[in-house]
Ligand binder design. Structure first.
Ligand code: PAF
Length: 289
């Protein structure tokens, strides 16, 4: 069932019982579908949202061209067992308005300080403020019992866990494994931007992360060797530019010299000629993200 306004969602919420919630920006792929299917197994009712959140885009990023495929998305959600899809308007979600010019933004925003400035936050300083703000708003409207996020956006998972902890939301966060194409490319709504050549070149990111993962499995814990395994594979591909490789603690996001008993997130970002790609693997994180 489609719910296109906040009052419409709130009117239905009492009927939903124990609710699993999957927030998305649409253009759904197998990664989203796997989260919905898992929510369906674990919860009485499943709701997904489709909302392209302006606050997590900067001027010059791809807000205008971000793929909008609502009818196909709803079909996929239905097949995966989703009961409700929430599709609010921008005006409703940002009652004080929203401009992409951050200094001019008015109203209330949420910042998860300490977890938003490194890794993705270096290149996209506005990004996690936008994510934390919209996730909090979506939680306030949908009041889920459980919310599902994909591991591919590892730092987003950490930001959301901190948001829930600090703002005292009574919501369980579940992180679903990254779903990959047969050749290893992590599913992403932005993969559609890739030309065939960029698509092939982009595989170097996962190749590098996997090389480091193999070293880790052989007992290597030292930053220099793990980091070099990832960056060497990326630097060997002339069609992409390495943005960063981070070997970070899975909760604090502090860069590590050595991987300890808590394990590490090994994450990277590259720029191809058509889009930037991110990916990560977990190295020995006992309970996942
Ligand atoms: O991961 C996403 O698609 C978005 O960042 C989210 C969580 C839906 C917030 O807009």
């Amino acid at each position: 069932k489609r719910l296109t306004s906040i009052p419409a969602f709130r009117a239905e919420r009492p009927k939903m019982g124990h609710l699993g919630f999957v927030p998305t920006m649409g253009n759904l792929h197998a990664g989203h579908v796997s989260l919905v299917e898992r929510a369906k197994r674990e919860c009485e009712t499943v709701a997904a949202s489709i909302f392209i959140n302006p606050a997590q885009f900067a001027r010059g990023e791809d807000l205008d061209k971000y793929p909008r495929t609502v009818e196909e998305d709803i079909e996929k959600l239905k097949r995966a067992g989703c009961d409700y899809v929430f599709m609010p308007s921008v005006a409703e979600m940002y009652p004080s308005g929203i401009t992409l010019d951050i200094p001019d933004q008015q109203g209330t925003f949420i910042e998860v300080r300490g977890k938003s400035h490194q890794m993705e936050g270096i290149i996209r300083p506005h990004f996690f403020r936008g994510v934390a703000t919209i996730v909090a708003k979506l939680f306030n409207v949908t009041t889920p019992n459980v919310a599902y996020f994909g591991q591919k956006d590892a730092q987003q998972c950490v930001v959301v866990r901190n948001l829930v902890h600090d703002l005292l939301y009574d919501i369980k966060i579940v992180v679903g494994e990254t779903v990959r194409e047969p050749d290893g490319l992590a599913m992403s709504s932005r993969n559609g931007y890739l030309s065939p050549s960029d698509r092939e070149a982009g595989l170097c990111l996962y190749r590098g992360l996997s090389a480091a993962q193999r070293l880790f499995a052989q007992g290597v814990r030292d930053r220099a060797r793990l980091h070099a395994a990832a960056t060497d594979a990326i630097n060997a591909e002339p069609r992409v530019k390495l943005q960063y490789v981070s070997l970070a603690h899975p909760r604090t996001l502090e860069e590590l010299d050595t991987v300890g008993p808590d394990g590490a997130i090994l994450a990277g970002a590259i720029q191809t000629s058509s889009t930037r790609l991110i990916d990560n693997v977990l190295l020995g994180v006992p309970d996942g993200l």
